[in-house]
Ligand binder design. Structure first.
Ligand SMILES: [Zn+2]
Length: 263
């Protein structure tokens, strides 16, 4: 921007976005910060976007998410002052559908403050689940295959990153030699389901009781325990939980394929 010629209509904006995935309660935050608009990280439970206007001094900013889903109006916006907007991922009290969303920011005159001086991507994803295997994969045995198989196997190279299909609280992190190997059980937030991951490559980098966000890294695909080939053995259990009065869901395969379709 040229010194001495502050373009009034060109609210030089800079944004900075960070995201984390959520599941049930999506939080989206826009903070108005400096230089171009930066993109929100995708698929996060909490999205944060920072933006600050360097020059001009619109007294109002209009932000929108998903174009039509939510609008905010900020009054008395001063240059170089950070603003923030928070979104709970709902519209009219209902969770918005899974998909990609984006933020739009306009100044007082209706100009697109984020169009003229933006860099990066302001889009982010809103998803209630993510597919856990982050790489090429194929489906193996499902529920009922062989003797008492209670989950779905997903084959991928050993070392392929795993992320939480659903956030929640880590219930168990343990190693069962000759069985599940390194495994992890997450009490899925707002779902009343337990999410079980087995045969990890080494211990999951999490502690029991810890909170995990949907999409957060939870370890790597391995072949620990009684596993033939590198794969994730994944189970879903109904309340009250995994080997705690609940039962495994046969719908696990269908759900995985659904999440796979948008992840
Ligand atoms: Zn299996």
């Amino acid at each position: 921007m040229q010194a001495g010629h502050p373009k009034r209509e060109a609210a030089r904006a800079r944004a900075d976005a960070r995201g984390a995935l959520i599941a049930a309660a999506l939080m989206a935050a826009i903070t108005i910060g400096a230089f171009g608009l930066l993109a929100a990280t995708s698929h996060a439970e909490t999205e944060s976007l920072r933006l600050r206007l360097d020059d001009a001094s619109p007294t109002k900013l209009f932000g929108a998410s998903g174009g039509v889903y939510r609008r905010w109006t900020l009054d008395d916006v001063a240059p170089r002052e950070r603003q923030s907007i928070t979104w709970n991922g709902k519209r009219d009290g209902h969770q918005v559908p899974n998909g990609e969303y984006f933020f739009r920011v306009r100044d007082d005159g209706g100009r697109k403050a984020d169009r003229a001086h933006s860099k990066g991507d302001r889009r982010f994803g809103v998803f209630d689940h993510r597919f856990p295997v982050r790489g090429r994969h194929t489906y193996g045995d499902g529920v009922g295959a062989g003797r008492g198989h209670m989950g779905q196997d997903v084959f991928a190279r050993c070392g392929t990153k795993l992320r939480a299909a659903r956030g929640g609280r880590v219930q168990w992190v343990d190693n069962q030699r000759g069985g599940a190997g390194h495994y992890l059980v997450i009490d899925g937030r707002g779902t009343r389901l337990d999410y079980v991951y087995m045969h990890l490559k080494g211990r999951a980098p999490l502690r029991e009781g810890e909170r995990v966000k949907t999409g957060e890294r939870i370890g790597r695909v391995g072949r620990s325990g009684n596993a033939t080939g590198c794969h994730l053995h994944f189970e879903l259990w109904s309340a009250p939980g995994w080997f705690d009065g609940g039962h495994h869901l046969r719908s696990v395969t269908r759900k995985l394929r659904k999440w796979d379709s948008w992840s």
